[in-house]
Design a protein around this ligand. Structure first.
Ligand code: IMP
Length: 429
């Protein structure tokens, strides 16, 4: 049995929550390998709706959740999330959650710097979630991050905080923001230590053991390929690698263990935050997609920008992200539209290209090359087989497969977990 990695193939919010939940029920272990509490997944299980940011989705299905070293972990946000789901009757203990001992922590200085920098950028702001994700990753690569294991070493922690605060307070002061005192931070972290350290372990060992005993592992991506720090619409991206290749480094397993790579894409496109969006709609259709698709950010509540499906961009995400099969979500949101448009390439400075170039200035100038398709009058909502779909909807899906050069293996037709058309079991390898 293969493992599976799930990543977003657009700009996030593709409906990963439902798909990951569906897959988690077939897995033994669910691993988060990048991002932090900037992500937001909504899972509906029976009467309960769980809103998860950091906890791997598997924990609500009675599976072992693992937070890998590639994540940036806000300890207070994690404990608050655990308290929230506990109030809903879901107990999270070291029996069902394990955290990489080498995971870097998000400290209160990080959201403070994130917000101060966004404010200073003014109109040029990235539109971050303000959770301190970028500054925490910066500290990791600058080799000054506080890692979970440091909480067990008060003297080391104290020394590391000196270095970290020298850097951050200088920046915060320069930006006119409040600075942080060391003793206060040290006390806060030491108070959290006994609640967090029981979850810490070298998770690579557990995953190695899982590999040898034939357990199924699901690697749960957050954000999406077009928000990848290298391959996305830089600088309007998140600060981690969101491509499937990072599941290995971000969990501590070899690249061959990632298994089958599933990419998730909506049947149209949305984006939160700033940055280029060639197929964005500023008209009635865009508003309709937003309303029918309930397009508001799970984490920040911001309305999402909406547009037509960008097959050129998803094709690129398929290639750089290593996507082998695609999950198409929210097809039902297109029900009743007379004509649909697909973007097959971009016209840039008089030339037609089939890729989104690296320069953000060029991306802003990219004009979509459209292909029009007939819409459908019937409903796709709740369909559980191709036979239940209107012929035009099947044609739309088939055309997307051709354009993005990947097969659609799952089709989601409503928020209900079982309203899914399964064309291939991703765990079959
Ligand atoms: P950051 O990850 O908070 O630094 O935000 C950087 C960019 O990624 C912003 O445009 C955010 O809106 C976007 N972003 C971060 N997390 C998500 C997510 O889970 N879904 C969609 N967009 C996200």
């Amino acid at each position: 049995m293969a493992n599976v990695a799930v990543i977003g193939a657009q700009w996030g919010d593709e409906g990963k929550g439902k798909v990951v939940d569906w897959l988690a029920s077939r897995a033994d272990i669910v691993v988060r390998f990048q991002g932090g509490h900037n992500a937001g997944h909504t899972l509906v299980v029976g009467e309960q709706t769980y809103k998860l940011s950091l906890l791997p989705s598997g924990v609500v299905r009675g599976k072992l959740g693992v937070i890998g070293n590639g994540v940036v972990l806000d300890p207070e946000a994690l404990l608050a999330e655990i308290a929230r789901v506990s109030a809903q009757g879901l107990s999270v203990t070291p029996a069902n959650l394990r955290i990489a001992e080498n995971v870097p922590l998000i400290l209160p200085v990080h959201p403070a710097l994130d917000k101060a920098r966004e404010a200073a950028r003014g109109e040029a702001r990235i539109g971050t979630t303000g959770r301190g994700i970028g500054p925490a990753y910066e500290d990791k690569v600058a080799r000054r991050a506080i890692r979970l294991s440091d909480l067990a070493e008060p003297e080391l922690l104290s020394r590391k905080l000196d270095e970290l605060l020298l850097h951050h307070n200088t920046l915060l002061r320069g930006l006119g923001a409040d600075t942080f005192g060391k003793q206060d931070l040290l006390d806060r972290l030491l108070a959290l230590a006994p609640r967090l350290l029981p979850f810490a372990e070298p998770v690579w060992e557990r995953l190695d053991e899982a590999h040898h005993s034939g357990k199924r592992v699901l690697f749960e991506g957050a954000q999406a390929v077009m928000l990848d720090v290298d391959h996305g619409t830089y600088p309007y991206v998140t600060s981690s690698n969101t491509v499937a290749g990072n599941a290995a480094a971000g969990a501590g397993v070899g690249p061959k263990q990632i298994g089958y790579v599933l990419g998730i894409a909506k049947a149209y496109t949305t984006r939160v935050g700033s940055g280029p969006f060639p197929t964005e709609l500023h008209d009635e259709i865009g508003r309709r997609l937003g309303e029918r698709g309930h397009e508001f950010g799970t984490v920040t509540g911001r309305p999402r920008r909406c547009g037509w499906f960008d097959a050129c961009m998803v094709r690129q995400a398929v290639k750089v992200g290593g996507v082998e099969g695609l999950v198409l979500t929210k097809l039902d949101v297109l029900d009743g539209l007379r004509t649909l448009k697909l973007c097959t390439g971009y016209r840039i400075d008089g030339e037609v290209v089939r890729r989104l170039p690296a320069s953000v200035a060029v991306q802003e100038r990219a004009e979509p090359v459209w292909e029009e398709m007939e819409g459908w009058s019937g409903s796709t909502r709740g369909a559980r087989s191709y036979a239940e779909l209107p012929a035009e909807a099947v044609k739309y899906v088939r055309r997307i497969e051709e354009l993005v050069e990947a097969p659609v293996v799952l089709l989601s037709t409503s928020p209900e977990r079982d309203d899914t058309i399964v064309l291939r079991d991703p765990f079959a390898g």
